[in-house]
Design a protein around this ligand. Structure first.
Ligand SMILES: [Fe+2]
Ligand SMILES: [Fe+2]
Length: 305
């Protein structure tokens, strides 16, 4: 478990350099959304084989993740964290708390999380001004990363971040670093290693267990605290790291009709989640009142975490 607080000092030095406006030449147009071709390290986005400074860490991260995320592990974590008995705080307080966390699994992002949250939300707001629920979804989608912090159990990175996937049925080949699943206890378990495993055709993603991490945790927090966000928002929060589904089209045989509808929104959202990790700086104080008004609209003042 590492929270790279020391690195925050480096950001202070770099911050001014990064305040440059995004260079239009760096961008390629993708369906109306300007997509930068490279991340802050000069690699293409989600390039897990790039020989960057962070690459060995990312591969090792997935090795440990794939070995440990089993059906039994996920069941235990869901049970434990459904209690929501650790902290009481507002959504905005959580955004501020997350500022100290850097996600080791992410080859694109090396900045404090609040930047990423607001970059995502503001990019969506620019292109979908009327969908306020989607702006708020952008802001809160990664708040579950507080699981890395001591008051939330200080979980190791592999149990908090990275791509997610179903457990209880065969691990799809499209999952990044698939080879490491061979050491997962479910890999040779006939109850869990077939196409359907513990599930059935069209059973709905709501009925399958996903590898444990910040996505499912934030979904639980939002749902149990009775958010009034629409079901598409909860779907985005819960499955935004499920790349095998929303990028590779795997596991569609488990989806029901509502999942099919919600997946359209997730695919819109995902472009912003990925490509807003760039050099655009956000003036937090300036946009804060708008997001506080959305939080008030869709959440209670204090939530149980
Ligand atoms: Fe995330
Ligand atoms: Fe994100």
């Amino acid at each position: 478990m590492t929270i790279l607080i020391e690195q925050l000092h480096d950001f202070g030095v770099e911050a001014d350099e990064k305040k440059v406006q995004i260079d239009e030449k760096e961008l390629a147009l993708d369906g109306g959304f300007m997509v930068p071709e490279t991340n802050s390290f000069g690699h293409t986005f989600r390039d897990y084989d790039a020989e960057g400074e962070r690459q060995p860490g990312v591969e090792n991260f997935y090795r440990v993740n794939h070995i440990n995320q089993s059906y039994e592990f996920v069941t235990k974590m869901r049970e434990e964290y459904s209690k929501l008995n650790r902290v009481e705080m507002s959504i905005w307080e959580c955004c501020e708390l997350l500022n100290d966390v850097v996600d080791e699994s992410d080859p694109d992002l090396d900045e404090p999380q609040i930047e990423h949250l607001l970059q995502t939300a503001e990019a969506i707001r620019r292109d979908y001004p009327d969908e306020d629920w989607l702006h708020l979804t952008g802001l809160i989608h990664d708040l579950g990363k507080v699981l890395l912090l001591p008051s939330f159990g200080e979980l190791p990175q592999w149990a908090v971040v990275g791509d997610t996937f179903p457990v209880g049925c065969a691990f799809d080949e499209s999952i990044v670093h698939h080879k490491y699943f061979k050491e997962n206890p479910d890999y040779n378990n006939p109850a869990y290693n077939t196409k359907y495993g513990a599930y059935s055709e069209g059973c709905g993603l709501n009925n399958i267990l996903m590898s444990w991490g910040h996505d499912d945790y934030m979904y639980l927090v939002a749902k149990e605290n009775k958010t009034t966000l629409p079901s598409a928002a909860l779907f985005i929060i819960r499955y935004h790291s499920f790349y095998a589904l929303h990028r590779s089209g795997a596991y569609k045989h488990l989806m029901n009709e509502e999942d099919v509808e919600n997946l359209k929104w997730l695919q819109i959202f995902n472009k912003y989640d990925l490509y807003s990790k760039s050099k655009v700086r956000i003036d937090v104080e300036k946009v804060k009142p708008y997001y506080l008004s959305l939080i008030e609209k869709y959440f209670p003042a204090k939530l149980r975490w």
